[in-house]
Design a protein around this ligand. Structure first.
Ligand code: MTE
Length: 319
């Protein structure tokens, strides 16, 4: 990663920025999905509630998740002001300001590759595919810092099932928007644009893999990946691609942006693993944003339920 050294600034270094926009009620799609189930109508045929899905709009009707951590949550101001989002800047304090005028709507997501139902979906139709859940996840960045965030979304498997992948589809690739006019970081070749990430199909189908569109009870702010990102809590943060415009199903293992930039440092799997050091620093410990002392990093970031996905694999080779 084009990162000079593990960054572990205490949260007191984080400059709070006043990024709060108008807060308006966002009527989530749970009711619509429920109505579709009862009436047997397709989701598109059910009358839609008025959506005001703008940054910081409140999301009602959140379901609790059994996957949620009970750990202390990282303050919102830290999670929304200390971001890795290279499309805007390589400086973690800059995306919050630089993404202020980014337009996450209208927005379509292309679903293609090895699926029966190739389609272009409006992002708000995706938001209505399942009831939104709050999932409080630990999130570990490869650089050595971590956060605990109440993300909002539903399992990525909900979308994948609806696309009906073909038997040959073994991987899923996620692509971020390429729009250098809106994303000033893309005017500089720090990464090969657009940003791409990939998961093996069974990883993508694991219930923990989250298709995410909100956090802290609200629609995602732009710097955290609006309008749609993934959040994969047992992998280093860079696997969690933001601002997704394309989801493609493939037979071969897709490359990801960090692998393309430094394949000796970043592999495809990128599971959180305290036993495999990054070539330039140890991964044994991490620092929660806002805390002073480091804590041990846990295998799979503590999400032991995914261990079975990797049984029989050498995780030192498949880092
Ligand atoms: N997605 C895109 N498109 N571009 C990025 O630079 N950075 C990744 C990931 N997803 C990144 C991205 C990295 S390195 C991390 S740690 C997380 O986003 C940070 O997410 P957060 O800012 O919401 O904490």
């Amino acid at each position: 990663m084009l990162i000079k050294r593990p960054s572990d600034n205490p949260s007191s270094d984080i400059t709070p920025k006043d990024i709060y926009l108008n807060r308006r009620q966002f009527i989530a799609g749970a009711a619509v999905a429920g109505a579709a189930a009862v009436t047997g109508l397709g989701l598109r045929e059910v009358a839609e509630p008025s959506l005001v899905a703008e940054a910081n709009a409140k999301i009602d009707g959140l379901q609790k998740s059994p996957f949620s951590s009970t750990e202390k949550q990282t303050p919102y101001k830290d999670v929304s002001n200390y971001n890795n989002f290279y499309e805007f800047s390589t400086d973690k304090y800059e995306p919050a300001g630089l993404a202020k005028n980014f337009k996450p709507r209208p927005w379509t997501v292309t679903i293609d590759g090895l699926v029966k139902k190739k389609q272009e979906l409006d992002v708000d139709a995706i938001l209505k595919m399942a009831a939104p859940e709050e999932r409080i996840y630990r999130h570990r960045c490869v650089e050595g810092w971590s956060i605990v965030v109440p993300w909002i979304g539903f399992s990525l498997s909900e979308l994948i099932k609806r696309a009906e992948p073909l038997g040959k589809a073994k991987f899923v690739e996620f692509t971020t928007l390429y729009d250098p006019k809106q994303m000033p970081g893309q005017r500089v070749p720090v990464l090969k644009w657009p940003y791409v990430e990939g998961l093996r199909m069974d990883e993508a189908m694991h219930p923990l893999a989250l298709l995410c569109f909100g956090m802290y009870g609200e629609i995602l702010p732009n710097q955290n990946g609006a309008p749609l990102r993934i959040t994969i809590p047992w992998k280093y943060g860079f696997k969690s691609a933001k601002a997704i415009v394309r989801i493609r199903f493939t037979e071969g293992q897709p490359m990801n942006s960090w692998q393309l930039s430094a394949s000796n440092e970043y592999g495809f799997y990128s599971n959180v693993n305290p036993n495999v050091d990054h070539p330039r620093w140890s991964q044994a410990k991490e620092r929660r944003l806002g805390e002073f002392l480091k804590r041990p990093t846990l295998m799979f970031n503590g999400y032991d339920q995914v261990a079975g996905l990797y049984s029989g694999m050498d995780l030192k080779k498949n880092f």
